[in-house]
Design a protein around this ligand. Structure first.
Ligand SMILES: [Zn+2]
Length: 166
């Protein structure tokens, strides 16, 4: 069984990303970002991962070449599709803005990723003053939905088994 784990960004993800890029990180516009949805839940250090940003290695960069990025992509942003679906426009903006804070471009144009200053970035704390708990709340919501799905799947499987046992 081979299920495809990732999905290309839809129009909304692309739009939110471009808006954030234009508004908060205009100097990143020369770089190529590949946007993907992850259909599978990811957990890191016991916490649900809403989204992540990665630097493709040379091989992956080579394989990622396409019409948009003739030399391959500089960054890959992977967003939990369920988290995206369960988020409003504001939270979506926050998710993308947070990921882009990880980007650091040095004067010679080379790129790298930086870790969090704290559990977040100071600039994000300031920008999220209206709802400082947004991430924790969204993580709880998304985790609950994943949990629900797991239970439903188990029940469906049990039912299917009952049928075959008959
Ligand atoms: Zn982060």
């Amino acid at each position: 069984m081979s299920e495809i784990r990732y999905e290309e960004a839809d129009e909304n993800l692309t739009e939110v990303f471009l808006n954030v890029l234009e508004k908060n990180f205009p100097f990143y516009q020369n770089f190529k970002f590949k946007l993907l949805f992850d259909l599978k839940k990811r957990v890191s250090q016991g916490k649900l991962v809403l989204a992540s940003i990665e630097l493709p290695g040379p091989k992956l960069k080579f394989f990622s070449r396409d019409k948009i990025a003739a030399e391959g992509y500089d960054f890959i942003i992977i967003v939990d599709r369920k988290a995206w679906e369960l988020s409003g426009e504001q939270a979506r903006t926050k998710i993308i803005r947070h990921e882009l804070r990880h980007v650091e471009i040095s004067e010679d144009g080379s790129v790298k990723l930086v870790g969090h200053e704290i559990e977040d970035f100071y600039a994000e704390i300031e920008a999220n003053k209206d709802d400082p708990e947004w991430r924790r709340k969204l993580v709880v919501l998304v985790s609950d939905v994943y949990e629900q799905e797991k239970i439903m799947l188990k029940e469906a499987k049990a039912k299917a088994k009952e049928k075959t046992d008959e």
